[in-house]
Design a protein around this ligand. Sequence first.
Ligand code: ZN
Length: 172
Amino acid sequence: MRQNTLSNPNPSEREVNVAVYTMKKNIIAILNHSFKAQELSKQHRFCPPGENSWCKWQQDQASGTSSYKDDDCLPEVFLEVLRPTFMTLSETKLLERCVRGATQNQNECINSVVWVRCAKHKHHGVKVIRCGVASAGLHFHGGAASREKVMQRLSIPVGAFTRRASLIRDKK
Ligand SMILES: [Zn+2]
């Protein structure tokens, strides 16, 4: 999907339309590629052709090899079950927002940083949530190493392993 995003920060309407069309085509290709069909040529008809295709069947067609295996394919009966989901995911209005390759909403992103600390499926008291939010906020703005401040305030000693792990995370 990332390959189909636009690099131009101010794309023209035509560029957006082309990118949306390409993305749509690839979503349909993935849907058909993943389900066993009577004929392989039918199953992979939307997959991009050529030696560099992500589809092994198309790669084989282009280079005369036989590396394709259909072990991972789902039985055809699931195709109609999943088709509506794929159709929803390939709606033009949704893809128009995706083709610019913008990152996730920052507020939602920090939300997920909080939920990593306080799993949603468990009950937490106010104190735990507060610490989680403080730790997430520090991590979000100042990197993983700044979470140590929360640990220090909670009188949790910061060990060498924690410190090293934070530094590694910040370097990524
Ligand atoms: Zn394919």
